[in-house]
Design a protein around this ligand. Structure first.
Ligand code: GDP
Ligand code: IMO
Ligand code: MG
Length: 512
């Protein structure tokens, strides 16, 4: 029998072959997030010297599973489990930095006896402050059916302040006097704006543990400036030794050290290229990621874009043409209080053999543990959508990783959306005119178009065998290989890795 050591050496050889001497690589997502970035950043963490996040904030939830232990990181890069080996993890300048979240994640690492001494935080990252969490939540609270379904982590308001040129940065934590001046300026317009929201709602949100459990609340002025300044000065002291100019650090390391960039969210959630307005507030593509760590896009020698297949997921609002059970599913998943536990109680153990599409969606969600790593919300599920994949690939690369395939091991029939039929009224998109019946091979990420896009499916027989123990591409069932080849050909991608389970070693590398 092959020893664990020789298995590891073999995997390492395959990784080196796949990367072919490249020094800077990135892992991003080609869909709406939650595709397994955490797993693969941890996986390549064994190879890298430096691991860096450059986009998003604590809206991200990246899971690493090692045996029966699960680690979920929101802000600390997923390479942190290699800290004790001297690897450097960086929270880059493009990240929305919430010190309270990082303090909490550090405490979890301490409990798990994991080291974090090489964690570096960019002095230029913008700060998430109580007002950002409050603004995010009051707005969503009032938005009714038009709500985006944000994670409530203050992400939108932080990037708004960044562009309004009134944001505070990590460096301000080190200079409490400047922090206070900037804080007062930052709050000026917000206090006026908050006047139009229900006082009781504001008070209730301010009591939430994410906003200091009421410590930062002031009955008269909403914010207790003194307490905020004091708490953030404490963070300044706490993180003093971690804060550096990470952009310059990374530029100096370029070509010398092995650098791994960790994407957050996914291309379809990008503020610039996603399904606007149902997107996050940073650019989740490789362009946004490299910029968010102070590098240029062409500094990245290999971008690995993840595809969850043959089903996919989305959390929060926005169009999802291939969603199992359509609006019924969207509404159900948007209902507060729906969790894995309540779904289990209501539906019991559902097999993947459901003729009812809505129930199939629930079954896939339960089989794939598709509940938000950040909010616990049920993730909406649906068939793989090639029009969206063709669109997304334009912002990443041809090199892809397939994840979660094993979830569909017992599904008798697999459907893949190959194109859409537009069923709406005449609509202009730039110089393109859509009419009822127009066929679209490439998704147009526009709300008014997507709501009329009816998926056209191609059906494949399921492979009906467990793939979790397979470690070689040759061993995969032919029916699955046919599906993968079909996707590769239709979208124009090259499969580099196939993930057959959540664990580090449940991975097949195709290093040809
Ligand atoms: P991320 O946000 O892209 O890092 O993904 P999440 O961590 O939010 O969600 C992905 C989930 O799928 C996590 O629970 C992972 O442990 C799990 N996962 C990753 N790859 C696979 C896979 O190939 N098969 C299965 N069954 N689970 C996987
Ligand atoms: P990871 O990195 C999935 C979604 C939210 C919402 C929209 C805007 O784990 O893949 P925000 O709080 O960012 O203003 O919410 O974006 N969203 C994610 N969905 N995975 C994520 O991150 C997400 N981060 C944000 O659900 O629809
Ligand atoms: Mg996630």
């Amino acid at each position: 029998m092959e020893s664990i050591q020789s298995k590891k050496t073999n995997l390492f050889k395959q990784v080196n072959k796949l990367l072919g001497g490249k020094k800077t690589i990135a892992v991003i997502c080609n869909q709406w997030g939650d595709t397994g970035k955490g797993k693969f950043v941890d996986f390549f963490g064994a190879w890298a010297d430096i691991i860096a996040r450059g986009t998003g904030g604590a809206n991200a939830g990246h899971t690493i599973r090692l045996g029966n232990k699960e680690h979920i990181f929101h802000l600390i890069p997923s390479g942190i489990l290699y800290d004790a080996k001297g690897k450097i993890n960086i929270i880059g300048s493009g990240v929305a930095f919430d010190p309270a979240v990082v303090e909490h994640e550090i405490s979890l690492l301490k409990v798990a006896k994991c080291s974090f001494k090489n964690l570096r935080i960019s002095k230029d990252a913008h700060l998430v402050l109580p007002q950002h969490l409050l603004m995010d939540r009051v707005k969503e609270n009032k938005a009714g059916s038009g709500k985006i379904g944000t994670t409530g982590r203050g992400i939108g308001p932080v990037y708004e302040d960044h562009y309004a040129r009134i944001g505070l940065t990590v460096n301000d934590l080190l200079n409490p006097k400047d922090f206070e001046k900037k804080l007062l300026k930052n709050l000026q317009d917000k206090i006026v704006l908050l006047g139009q929201y229900d006082k009781q709602v504001i008070k209730q949100i301010m009591q939430h543990e994410h906003l200091g459990s009421g410590r930062f609340y002031d009955e008269k002025n909403i914010f207790n400036i003194k307490k905020i300044v004091k708490e953030y000065a404490r963070y300044g002291k706490l993180f003093k030794n971690n804060i550096i100019d990470t952009d310059t650090f990374l530029r100096k390391a370029l070509g010398k050290k092995k650098i791994l960039l960790e994407g957050a969210q996914g291309n379809l959630l990008s503020i610039d290229h996603g399904t606007y307005p149902f997107v996050t507030a940073s650019d989740c593509t490789i362009a946004g990621l490299s910029k968010g760590v102070g590098l240029r896009e062409n500094d990245v020698e290999m971008t690995l874009g993840i595809i969850k297949a043959p089903y996919m997921t989305r959390v929060g609002g926005g169009a999802f043409p291939t969603e199992f059970g359509g609006t019924q599913s969207a509404e159900w998943c948007g209902t507060s209080g729906v969790t894995r536990k309540t779904e289990k109680e209501k539906f019991g153990n559902l097999s993947l053999d459901q003729s009812d599409e809505f129930k199939l969606g629930v079954a896939v969600r339960m089989a794939g543990f598709e509940y938000g790593a950040t909010t616990g919300r049920p993730r909406r599920t649906g068939w793989l959508d090639l029009p969206f994949l063709r669109y997304s690939i334009q912002f990443s690369s041809k090199d892809v990783i397939f994840t979660k395939i094993d979830v569909m091991d017992s599904c008798k029939e697999i459907k893949i959306c190959v194109a859409y039929e537009y069923t709406g009224p005449k609509y202009n998109v730039g110089n393109l005119v859509l009419n009822k019946g127009t066929r679209l091979n490439m998704a147009i990420p526009e709300k008014e178009v997507l709501k009329y896009c009816k998926p056209i499916y191609k059906t494949f027989p399921g492979w009906l065998t467990s793939i979790r123990n397979l470690r070689n591409i040759e061993e995969l069932p032919q029916k699955l290989k046919n599906i993968i080849s079909f996707i590769e050909k239709e979208v124009g991608v090259k499969t580099r890795i196939i993930s057959v389970g959540p664990d580090r070693d449940e991975t097949i590398i195709i290093a040809k």
